[in-house]
Write a protein that binds this ligand. Structure first.
Ligand code: ZN
Ligand code: ZN
Length: 237
């Protein structure tokens, strides 16, 4: 299954592409004619502060410290995430992920791309790696939305897309055990095959606690990757 994309998913995206080519597009949020997310709605999407924590993108306190990373520095290096996971993006992401709304892939991927001008383009990694979905979830949903985003962004920036991470088991919310035990448990849910450049970016649609990103960053750094950035569509506050 190349790039975590199933044949079914590729075909399911095809009608949407055909329809959008055939019909004039209108804004998904306000119905204004033109693009899938109009300029006004794009401007009004809930955003994380531009001067937030460079590690995890969360707002910093009055002293400029991140309430999370100042306690313990994460293993990843930078998070590039423009949006807050709330209305109206949360509903769009949910339709995209859970209700087969594959025609959301392009508008959402482009909303992220429109945030960076050429000058503010995130530092250029040597490869993009989608955060893998568990095979059972992939089979049930038919696609991994992180892989869909990564494919768009890799194409837009001409950065190689590397599908080298696998999730070997599901990791439900973990309770009990020490933080180190929970981390080790989460980290052992992933495997990595193949060599990677020194600087990579992990791609995911939503970041909540950051524990998955932390586990993957630790795994990647243990394998010799020097810098791990996160390219995330939306972050839960
Ligand atoms: Zn609009
Ligand atoms: Zn932080």
């Amino acid at each position: 299954m190349p790039l975590g994309l199933s044949r079914r998913e590729i075909w399911r995206e095809a009608p949407g592409r055909f329809v959008s080519w055939l019909l004039p597009e209108s804004c998904r949020f306000c119905s204004a004619p033109g693009t899938a997310i109009c300029d006004d709605c794009h401007r009004e999407l809930p955003r994380l502060p531009a001067d937030g924590c460079s590690w995890c993108a969360l707002p910093v306190n009055a002293d400029g410290d991140c309430p999370v990373c100042s306690i313990e520095a994460p293993s990843y290096d930078y998070t590039f995430c423009p949006f807050v996971y709330t209305h109206p993006l949360a509903a769009a992401i949910s339709a995209w992920k859970f209700h087969g709304g594959l025609d959301w892939t392009r508008p959402l991927a482009q909303a992220w791309l429109r945030t960076w001008t050429t000058e503010s383009l995130p530092a250029r990694p040597g490869a993009l790696l989608p955060v893998p979905a568990h095979p059972a979830r992939l089979a049930e949903r038919g696609y991994n939305q992180a892989a869909l985003l990564a494919r768009h962004w890799a194409r837009a920036y001409r950065i190689p897309l590397r599908d080298v991470l696998r999730r070997t088991r599901n990791t439900p919310h973990q309770v009990g055990g020490s933080r180190d035990q929970r981390r080790a448990n989460l980290q052992s849910a992933f495997t990595l095959r193949g060599k990677l450049p020194a600087h990579i970016a992990l791609v995911d649609d939503v970041m909540t606690t950051g524990s998955t990103a932390e586990a993957l960053a630790q795994l990647l750094k243990a394998q010799g990757v020097q810098r791990v950035d996160l390219w995330i569509l939306a972050r839960a506050l």
